[in-house]
Design a protein around this ligand. Structure first.
Ligand code: GLY
Length: 353
């Protein structure tokens, strides 16, 4: 088993990575939650039928009383109505402040259940059991939990670190190719921003089968980078912003597709290529970066260009908001493996885009 520790003062937790870990959820959670009697296990209609029984039985075997709460799969579930529904279900189950919430699923379930855990009874312990590649390499680590509002995604939330993150790579075998590729956009991002050797490692394994052949190493490398970033800047005021490489322009593409045409990973993929090209135009990014990123993304069926209007770019960089400031801090690459924030005039960025 591979183990990483997120060493935040007073809120330290482990990320465990091993095939078959779902069936060990009980004893792993017992070690991390010695006082808990009840676990509210939140999942969705895709993941629940596949894995909820296995996890519930494992938790019950370790002495927890378990309530499985299965919600409809999809981004629309990450809303205030689902949040209040979870609070009510927790209370009906008799959850107390020494009990815990566990999220079994992808980013939507992790973000929603995490925010419910952060706010129910002014905060109860939380365990992340991510089952998508995107959730394993990104959203389950670092404590950002949230719901979407009408005004935009993730606009109400908290920093609420889990007590434990359990990653079973076998859970990835039931993902569609499209959902697997979505997560690969974030995997490739870590190579871009932090580790050029890891980027080359991925270039040498340009398909799902080859990545799955070394998935523990891939998960470990990504989570180790995220762990280092979060330990230095938990509250996202400094270095954590490097994780937004490709995300600002990706937001423009999500807007352009009305959050339906393009998944998050697809939008981030095109956003990373556009940011690398922009960086080259600005004399920040080396000449090969954009081409190598695009070639690798294409191997995983991800888009490297998405049509977008100037108005959508303006909305994504905040140029459409009065009083939002003239400048934007955009994450650019110097080269593969090294990202830097650059303060730029929004009007200039829009002109170049
Ligand atoms: N997903 C970006 C972050 O956790 O900061």
């Amino acid at each position: 088993m591979k183990t990483l520790t997120v060493a935040l003062p007073g809120r330290e937790y482990d990320i465990l990575i091993e095939n078959g870990l779902l069936s060990q959820a009980g004893r792993r959670c017992r070690a991390a939650l010695p006082r808990a009697g009840r676990v509210a296990l939140v999942t969705d209609s895709n993941v629940g039928p596949l894995y909820a029984r296995l996890v519930r039985e494992s938790l019950e075997g370790a002495g927890f009383a378990v309530e499985v709460i299965q919600l409809r799969a999809g981004e629309q579930t990450k809303c205030a109505q689902s949040l209040s529904g979870l609070w009510e279900r927790f209370m009906a189950f008799g959850l107390t402040r020494t009990d815990a919430v566990a999220a079994l699923g992808g980013g939507v379930i992790g973000d929603l259940a995490g925010f419910a855990a952060a706010t129910a009874l002014r905060g109860v312990d939380f365990v992340q059991i991510p089952t998508t590649l995107l959730a394993q390499v990104d959203s389950s680590v670092g404590g950002k939990v949230a719901i979407d509002l009408q005004a935009g995604k993730n606009l109400a939330g908290a920093f609420w670190q889990p007590k434990l993150v359990l990653m079973d790579p076998q859970a990835l075998t039931t993902l569609s190719d499209a959902t697997f590729s979505d997560g690969m956009a974030e995997v490739i991002k870590y190579g871009c921003i932090w580790d050029g050797e890891f980027f080359s490692f991925l270039e040498q394994r340009p398909c799902r089968e080859r990545i799955m052949g070394e998935i523990e190493h891939v998960l470990y490398t990504c989570c180790d980078i995220k762990r280092q970033v979060v330990m230095e800047d938990e509250r996202d005021t400094g270095i954590r912003m490097l994780l937004n490489f490709g995300h600002t322009l990706g937001h423009a593409y999500e807007l352009a597709g009305h959050y339906e045409r393009w998944t998050h990973g697809q939008a981030v993929a095109a956003g990373m290529v556009r940011a690398a090209r922009l960086g080259h135009t600005l004399g920040v990014t080396d000449a090969q970066a954009a081409g190598r990123i695009a070639a690798l993304l294409e191997q995983f069926g991800l888009p490297v260009e998405i049509p977008c209007t100037p108005e959508q770019y303006a909305a994504a960089i905040g140029l459409d908001k009065k009083g939002a400031g003239e400048d934007i801090s955009l994450i650019l690459l110097e080269r593969l493996g090294r990202a830097v924030p650059k303060k730029l005039a929004k009007a200039e960025v829009l002109k170049l885009l």
